[in-house]
Design a protein around this ligand. Structure first.
Ligand code: C2E
Ligand code: CA
Ligand code: CA
Length: 451
């Protein structure tokens, strides 16, 4: 994985130069703007067939757009940063951002890749941050919001961090991984025909010593930006495989699904690491499933295929996660060694009220079956949704209607006493199975399996 700005800032001249620029700005009482530009997509589009990326065109386009007094850094990988030395008003920084984006878009159009987009995160000193590292962090948060919301540029605001607490730090997450602050919760997948649990998805939580429970939507992006997703994924795999071993010892055989990030596909050691973990725990490979999003697979189908094939050869299964919201090439999809697709929860949740969503769900089920894949619907919250999915011929479902993600001991109870998944209320029969605990954030501090 290429290094990100945060990593570079921790390690290099980049940080020193921003600090110097901020000191100068402070002395002269000026406002400074930091733009982080992600031309990841542009990079791919401009990459010649021989794979030797030449980004000078993109870089020149950016340089042409900014003033001589501004500082431009070319960052290895897919990013670039511009420090605007004097910003009178936030709109000035946004104007520069849109000019840069227009230039990059023009470049992309010449390659016929209009679908691809570059994005910019904008933060201002001293308005948003008083130090180089927090300015950089604010700009990165803005950029990741732009990516998430598919916007061209985003200006940082404190609300973007999603909470009143300061942005999470790389250092804290690194500590979380080594100091056992992470823990796994488990959500069952159910066979729609007989309500049997067919598998369990492993989802990660962070119990922060100061801020309490932090959900993955907040820390996985940080892990991805900083490269920590690689040790984090290994931590989750280790948990999942260890849990599987303990359940097997009790005669419970259930497959566990772990989420992979697109950055994991860049890791040539991953197949070997997975083989090592399975081998030392004595867990058969076919009890492990890896979920990977459609967009991660399609980001670089050749690379994805190489990694997937090597892992599939071990006997591990693959599911395509969040299916329907990304962009898939059917010809690539057909070749991928996947066993199932998981319909994104946005469709399942809207299916009852929105006919278009229902049509999409039905179409995905048919498509999956025609490709010989098992189809799992995510985000099933009501009995009505469950019934519709059954009628559409969907195979499996996952969602709050059946169970929230819960500690291992609760899943064990559900697995041992299938009848404990008894209907207690027609709309949310399993509300008692732990979701309330998760909502309150009072999952036991160390969710070590109590087996
Ligand atoms: P995902 O892989 O799509 O996981 C399903 C998410 O939907 C989970 O959120 C789950 O709690 C939630 N969910 C399940 N059933 C329902 C439902 O009926 N209604 C609604 N509204 N939501 C439901 P969670 O645990 O917050 O995870 C969010 C995302 O974070 C996951 O989405 C996954 O992309 C990522 N994630 C979680 N753990 C890991 C991990 O260990 N590694 C990686 N790479 N990503 C992870
Ligand atoms: Ca998933
Ligand atoms: Ca999903």
């Amino acid at each position: 994985m290429s290094r990100t700005l945060s990593q570079i800032a921790h390690n290099s001249q980049f940080d020193i130069q921003i600090r110097q620029a901020l000191l100068t700005a402070q002395r002269s009482g000026r406002q400074v703007g930091l733009l982080i530009i992600d031309f990841h997509e542009a990079e791919k589009a401009l990459e010649p067939a021989d794979g030797s990326a030449d980004l000078s065109e993109a870089f020149t386009a950016i340089a042409d757009t900014v003033r001589e007094s501004d500082t431009l850094w070319r960052i290895t990988g897919t990013g670039s940063a511009v420090l605007l030395s004097a910003v009178g008003h936030p709109d000035d920084a946004i104007l520069v951002a849109t000019k840069i984006l227009d230039r990059l878009d023009q470049l992309l159009q010449t390659t016929g890749n209009q679908r691809l987009q570059s994005q910019i995160g904008v933060a201002l000193y001293p308005h948003h941050a008083h130090s180089a590292s927090s300015l950089l962090e604010c700009a990165e948060i803005a950029l990741s919001t732009a990516r998430k919301n598919k916007e061209r540029w985003v200006l940082y605001s404190p609300q973007l961090s999603g909470s009143p607490r300061p942005p999470l730090h790389l250092r804290e997450l690194r500590q979380a991984i080594v100091q056992d602050q992470l823990f796994a919760v488990y959500q069952p997948k159910i066979d729609l025909r007989d309500d049997r649990i067919t598998g369990v998805e492993v989802l990660t939580r962070w119990r922060h010593p100061l801020y309490g429970l932090i959900m993955p939507d907040e820390f996985i992006p940080l892990a991805e930006r900083t490269g920590l997703i690689v040790p984090l994924t290994l931590w989750v795999l280790n948990q999942a495989i260890g849990q599987c071993r303990r359940w097997r010892d009790e005669g419970i055989n259930v497959s566990l699904a772990v989420n992979l990030s697109m950055w994991n596909l860049d890791c040539p050691e991953l197949p070997e690491q997975i083989a090592g973990l399975l081998g030392s725990a004595g867990v058969p490979a076919d009890q492990l499933e890896l979920e990977i999003t459609e967009s991660a697979l399609m980001d670089d189908p050749q690379r994805a295929m190489r990694t997937l094939k090597a892992i599939r050869e071990l006997g591990v299964h693959f599911a395509i996660d969040d299916f329907g919201i990304g962009y898939s090439s059917m010809s690539h999809l057909k070749k991928m060694p996947v066993s199932s697709i998981k319909i994104d929860k946005s469709f399942t949740q809207n299916m009852e009220s929105d006919n278009d969503s229902a049509i999409i769900v039905r179409a995905i089920i048919d498509l999956g079956h025609n490709l010989g894949l098992k189809v799992v619907a995510e985000g099933v919250e009501t009995l009505a949704a469950k019934k519709m999915l059954l009628e559409f011929g969907c195979d499996e479902a996952q969602g709050y209607y059946f169970s929230r993600p819960v500690p291992a001991a609760e899943i064990r109870r559900q697995l041992r006493e299938p009848r404990s998944i008894a209907v207690t209320s027609p709309e949310n029969p399993h509300a008692h199975t732990g979701w309330a605990a998760e909502k309150r954030g009072d999952i036991p501090a160390a969710v070590k399996p109590v087996l």
